[in-house]
Structures are given as structure tokens and as C-alpha cells.
Write a protein that binds this ligand. Structure first.
Ligand code: HEC
Length: 463
């Protein structure tokens, strides 16, 4: 009976006759565990599709209700917490796997002839994945999400000529509001996923067309004139059917990844929502999710003068470099042992991202709103203006950004010995006028408070 249904279906559609050879096509032997990260990315993407659809059935993409609907999902909706958690960890897994896959393909020279377009579509998939991350973050619609988008828009605004257009495109108007949310929702749920799915289709088609790359062997370079014949001969000699000989690893690893995503989601849940968005509160610490945190560190640590150049230039250069890879070298040795530049580049890039990431986690450039107040002994006197100045320093929030005798934030310079550097007048002017990344206090501080504060700072000398 089942067989008759199968035969009927196959006769009318031809699916089985078309697909069966795909599953059993020969793949090079020895393509072991390093080859599972591409398919693992696909598994993570499927998790995102399923959990994303489930979340979209409850989420309300309107500025007034988004936050409340997410709270409902996180606390009350059946499986809501788990689904949000899976969507978050699924996104993390997707970025992680796509990164490892990229490094693997680069190190093994798998992008060389005839697989240049596999690489280019892969770079497009990386860009689209990051676009999913950026647009998805705003849908959280809490204080940090909104401010991260404002930061993104502020970067876009610096583009020459098209700056204004970029901002209106990102924000769908002059400020972050209801239109922005609808805009991001449409991008995150329809536009980018469709592009992703189509590009994945193309990428997989190319993988089938050119076959899985054989593990590189030092001393056996790629020559476009002979490569295909050699590849065919290799398959004849030692090829294995893709299913199950090669694909069982993909299945095992993919299943393991999904189990890990579910487990992490069940244990940790989704990231906690911040405060509801309020554009009048600037005390937010816009912080992207971990996979963009390192880039955030780049933006925060840049010297003032070259910000524009780097903010616009760096992503552009990164994209161009990635796109140029198969054009720079699409032949020759594939083994990394004969391409010392390849591991060197990966090592440098990984170290750079690691260091920046560490800086991003510490975020020394954001005010430390949890800093413990300066104790009165710091004044060094039992009474008088300098002692009152300590209280002003704490009360006016100087503490959040400045460190004195080991207390306070690190956003601004350490003021432990500021009396050595600055005169009374300079200190007064600085507090009244503020500075780069320091607010002006002229309208926020009474003359007597100012006197006390300056007296205290003046007393901070090494003498
Ligand atoms: C939001 C963070 C922030 C707050 C709050 C803040 N500052 Fe600053 N402050 C900075 C930064 C950043 C600089 C460096 C500015 C520059 O280089 O233009 C700075 C510079 C200074 C300097 C000059 C230091 C030097 O060595 O040149 C003084 C003095 C100073 N701040 C005092 C204060 C006092 C007093 C308060 C509280 C009334 C205060 N700051 C509040 C961030 C802050």
C-alpha cells in the first residue's frame, strides 16, 4: 500500500527519481568533522525559522504594545520563555557556526577553483545573518534595543551625501518610533529571511554542482585546467555515497547543536528585557548582543578624529576583502601548510576580535552607574569645603565617570591627582562647560556646590 502511494507520487512529481541520486552522490572520503559547520549553520537557521514563526504569532509589532507582548511571551505564554530563549541561542549558534565555517573554508582553500561563487554567496549569507541580528535586536523594544538602533542610525548619518537617506531608511523617519518598529519587523520577518532562504538555495545548489571539496593535500595544487578531471578520478577511486557515509556526521552534529540550543534556552532563557524604551532617559548602555560586541568596542575606542573614517570604512573594507579572496587566489596550493599567510591572517583576526571583545565586555568607556561613592576620608580633612566637595562629587554623578583614589568609573580621566594638572579656573571652566563626552554642568550645579567641588579637586595633588 505504502509503496503504491510512493510510486504514484513519484510518477506524478518525479521527486524521488530526482532526489535519490543527490543523496547517494559520491563525496570525497576523509571530509571529516571539520566539514559539519556549514550544515550546522543551516540547522540553526531552521531553528530560527520555526521559533521565529511561533514568536511572531504572539508578538505585536507596535511601539505601544511590543514591550508588553514580549513580557507576556517571556512570562505567561505557553513555552514562551523557551521559544524566546531558543531564538536567542539559535541566533548565537548561527553566527558562531557561520564564522567557523568561513574560517574552515578559508584555511582549507575550499574557495578555490571552481568554487569561487560558493564563497561569494557565503559572504552574502554572512552579511544577511548579521542583518538579521541587527534588525532582531530592535524588536526587543527595550531601552538598550532602541538606543542601539539610534547608535546604528547615528553611524549611518555620517555617510557622505547619502547620510540623511540612510538615517531615514534605518529609522523610517527622523527618530525611533512606531514606524521604525514596523520597518524593522518587515525586514526581520519577510525581506531578509526571504533573501537568506534564496541565497541558501543558491549556495546549496553550488555545493551540489561542484561537489564537496576534497581535503587538501600539501603539494597537490589546484590547476583549473585539470582540476575537474582529477576530482572525478578521486571520486571514482575513493568516493563514498554522501548519504550516509559523509552526512551522518552532519546529522549527529546538527542534532547535538539543536539539543544544546534547547538546553541553554531551558536553563538560561532569553536575555532579560531592559527597561521599557524612553527616549528621554539617556542612562541606557546600548550594548549589542555578544557577536557584535567587539565591533561596538571598535566604535567606542576610536580616537575622536578618525571615527567617521573607520565607522564607514571598516565594514566596507572588510566586505571588499572578503569578496576579493577568491579573485586574489583561485588556484595553487590549498593546504594551509603551504599557505602560511592563511593561518597568520586567521590568527591575527581572531586575536584582534578577542581583544576587542574583552574590551567590549568590560566597557570601560561607559559610565559606571554602580560605582560605590567616595568615602569622606578621601577629602583628607575633617571639615571645610573640600569635604563638602566629596559629597557633591558623589551626588552630581562625577563619580560615574571619574576615578579618585581607586573609587569610581573610568569613562573620563582619573582625577586622583588632578590638582597637579589643572588650576582653579581650569577646573571651574571644565565643570561648567563639560568636554568631549562629558556633560556641561553650568545649569545643573549651584555656585556654592561648584566652589566646594573645585576646592576638593584642587586639593587632589601629590604634594
Ligand atoms: C558622562 C561621563 C562624565 C561625567 C558624569 C563627568 N565627567 Fe568629567 N570628564 C569626562 C570625560 C570623558 C573627560 C575628558 C574630556 C576631554 O578630554 O575633552 C572629562 C574631563 C574632566 C576633567 C579634566 C581632566 C583632565 O585631566 O584634563 C575634569 C576636571 C572633570 N572631568 C571633572 C568632572 C566633574 C567635577 C564632574 C562632576 C561634576 C564630571 N567631570 C562629570 C566624563 C565625565
Amino acid at each position: 500500500m505504502l509503496r503504491r502511494i510512493r510510486d504514484w507520487l513519484d510518477d506524478r512529481t518525479g521527486f524521488l527519481t530526482t532526489l535519490a541520486p543527490l543523496a547517494s552522490h559520491l563525496a570525497p572520503d576523509g571530509s571529516r568533522w571539520w566539514y559539519v559547520f556549514g550544515s550546522a549553520t543551516l540547522f540553526a537557521f531552521l531553528v530560527q525559522v520555526v521559533t521565529g514563526i511561533a514568536l511572531a504569532t504572539v508578538y505585536v509589532p507596535s511601539a505601544g504594545e511590543a514591550y508588553a507582548s514580549l513580557q507576556f511571551i517571556s512570562t505567561a505564554a505557553p513555552f514562551g520563555r523557551l521559544l524566546r530563549g531558543m531564538h536567542y541561542f539559535g541566533a548565537s549558534a548561527m553566527v558562531l557556526f557561520i564564522g567557523i565555517h568561513l574560517v574552515r573554508v578559508f584555511l582549507m582553500g575550499s574557495y578555490k577553483y571552481p568554487r569561487e561563487l560558493n564563497w561569494l554567496t557565503g559572504v552574502a549569507l554572512l552579511g544577511l545573518t548579521l542583518a538579521m541580528g541587527f534588525t532582531g535586536q530592535l524588536l526587543r523594544w527595550d531601552q538598550n534595543a532602541v538606543w542601539s538602533t539610534v547608535v546604528g542610525a547615528a553611524q549611518g548619518a555620517r555617510s557622505p551625501v547619502i547620510g540623511q537617506w540612510v538615517v531615514s531608511f534605518i529609522l523610517a523617519g527622523g527618530t525611533v518610533g512606531s514606524a521604525t518598529l514596523s520597518h524593522f519587523f518587515a525586514l526581520h520577518v519577510f525581506v531578509v529571511p526571504l533573501l537568506l532562504a534564496a541565497t541558501i538555495g543558491l549556495h546549496l545548489y553550488l555545493v551540489l554542482r561542484h561537489g564537496i571539496s576534497e581535503p587538501p593535500v600539501a603539494g597537490r595544487p589546484v590547476d583549473p585546467r585539470t582540476y575537474r578531471a582529477e576530482y572525478e578520478a578521486l571520486l571514482e577511486r575513493s568516493g563514498r555515497p554522501f548519504w550516509p557515509d559523509a552526512a551522518w556526521r552532519d546529522a549527529v552534529f546538527g542534532a547535538g547543536a539543536i539539543v544544546a540550543i534547547v538546553a541553554l534556552a531551558a536553563i538560561f532563557g532569553a536575555p532579560k528585557l531592559g527597561l521599557p524604551p524612553d527616549p528621554s532617559i539617556v542612562q541606557a548602555q546600548p550594548r549589542p548582543d555578544w557577536y557584535l560586541l567587539w565591533y561596538f568596542a571598535v566604535l567606542a575606542l576610536l580616537p575622536h578624529g578618525i571615527e567617521d573614517l573607520v565607522i564607514l570604512g571598516a565594514p566596507l573594507v572588510a566586505a571588499l576583502v572578503l569578496l576579493a579572496v577568491p579573485f586574489v587566489s583561485n588556484r595553487g596550493e590549498r593546504s594551509w601548510r603551504r599557505r602560511p599567510w592563511a593561518p597568520a591572517i586567521v590568527l591575527v583576526a581572531a586575536t584582534m576580535i578577542g581583544v576587542l571583545w574583552h574590551a567590549g565586555v568590560q566597557a570601560r568607556w561607559t559610565p559606571d552607574f554602580g560605582a560605590s561613592p567616595l568615602p569622606a576620608q578621601v577629602a583628607g580633612v575633617a571639615s571645610g569645603p573640600a569635604l563638602d566637595g566629596v559629597a557633591v562629587f558623589n551626588a552630581r554623578g562625577c563619580l560615574f565617570c571619574h576615578r579618585i583614589a581607586g573609587h569610581g568609573g573610568t569613562r573620563g580621566p582619573d582625577l586622583t591627582l588632578v590638582g597637579d594638572r589643572l588650576t582653579r579656573t581650569q577646573l571651574t571652566v571644565r565643570v561648567l562647560n563639560g568636554g568631549y563626552n562629558m556633560p556641561a554642568y553650568a545649569n545643573n550645579i549651584s555656585p556654592s556646590e561648584l566652589d566646594d567641588l573645585v576646592a576638593f579637586l584642587e586639593s587632589r595633588t601629590s604634594r
